[in-house]
Design a protein around this ligand. Sequence first.
Ligand SMILES: *[C@@H]1O[C@H](CO)[C@@H](O)[C@H](O)[C@H]1NC(C)=O
Length: 254
Amino acid sequence: VNLPLKISDVTHEFVSCCLGVDGDPHFIIELPDQNDALCFNIDHKPGTIFNLVRDPPTGIVVNGQIIGDKKVIPGNKMHTYFGRFGIVNEKFGIRLMVSTKEILHNPPYFAFSSMDLQVIKDRSLTVTLRNSVKFLIILHKIWKMHQYHQDYLGFYTLDSHLFSSNVHGLLGQFYHGVNFEVSDLFPGKDPDKQDANMFVKGNELTVTRGWKRDFRQDVKNGEEVPCWFIHNNGTGLLDGVHTDYIVSGLFKTI
Ligand SMILES: *[C@@H]1O[C@H](CO)[C@@H](O)[C@H](O)[C@H]1NC(C)=O
């Protein structure tokens, strides 16, 4: 593992440009300037819908629904992924549903200025709202006959600068940056990994140096991104707890 030899009380403050969720729902918050990132995982049962972005002033909402493996090897952990996203632009009365199989929008036609969709078949969908909020949804195709896994989706924010200061949600709360400090790298429970103490949002957490894959550039293989992994469903990094972000429908705005 290619670790920095010494990390001494670095304070990061940034406005993130690139954050998203991909894989066994792995959230990545990238810090482009520092070539560093934060990451966490959310474990919850398939079917659950989480609010990712909610911004009342602009009327933009993004929710994601979790799907599981087709089958689980007895005694093994069930892997979960995002399988459906609901994107709402309340101001323009637009609802967009993206699943691994289809893209549906209502109304069937919309003004060019309010939403633009760019589809690359079997690969990705770029959604642009109000010319300046931009999301990328990536389709991960799994071999049809695979015994356990099924197709799933990744979600990335490409442009978030137009969101209001009230923007929230599992991802939205990081659009305007987050302050954290990392110090004291020490051997972790896993002998191949190192832990550190992180101070964030008034909490002191033990985090682990790890890697996550970012699929924005290379949809097939992804790119390894080193990140500070926050344990226990992002507890301490997230405002509240992860279950606070559960919503009852794909287009629900809490
Ligand atoms: C994450 O939360 C779920 C319940 O929402 C719980 O079952 C699971 O044990 C938690 N995982 C960790 C690592 O805290």
